[in-house]
Design a protein around this ligand. Sequence first.
Ligand code: ZN
Length: 265
Amino acid sequence: MKKIKKLNTTRPAFWFFCQQENFWVLDNDQLPKESLKTLAVNFDENSSKYLLGYHLGLPCILVDLQNQSIDLPQGEWRGLRDCMLQSDDVLSALLGRAWQVANFVRTHKFCGQCGEKMLTIAWEVAAQCRNCGHRAYPRISPAVIMAVVKDGQILLGKNKRNKGEIYSVLAGFVEVGETLEQTVAREVKEEAGINIKNIRYFSSQPWPFPHNIMVGYIADYDSGEIVVDTNELIDADWYSADNLPDIPGEHTIARKLINEALSLK
Ligand SMILES: [Zn+2]
């Protein structure tokens, strides 16, 4: 991630203006994509600026305004979660990456080992201490999310943290020393009292809140009756395709797992 000292004002680019945890998104659900000159936006020139990479042949430039408020000539500030749940997968992925870089830079100004200033590395997303050489990379914390299937039905739970009446597949964080498959089996046993078998990989989704990656699995029911862990869940039960409760939106790996497990679509 290359730090930019002075921006080229005439070269078109994709602009990732980040204010607190929000990004500037245009009304057509796209990022600003033109030169700084035609964009006509005023901001503090001393704001942190980084080249994130290239998309469709154009540079992707992060301008981290932090708490600075600016007048937007068009569009609006959108929260990352809102964008990820409502926008297309490409915009979600771009914004998720930009946010993780912004968050990394904000939280790695000083060395965790000796306290000196950190410098960002141009050729990878990393920061290095100019005194002791300690190098830091963005943290990525794995979590597993799994669909458990039994006779054409899927295990869905209502999490205490979820708003509204959404039911979803179970999920949990990987603990030190665990394989991902062990986490899948442990979480299902802990949260719903069920033993599972045939744990197989499905797909994954970066989940930048703030730095997770959700790794999806499908598994078959083996034995046991549902016993809900009331610390985590309000309710859990088996559901078939024709009696589904409210489930997560299309852009989430949870929804893709449910669709796959029940052969929807
Ligand atoms: Zn150091």
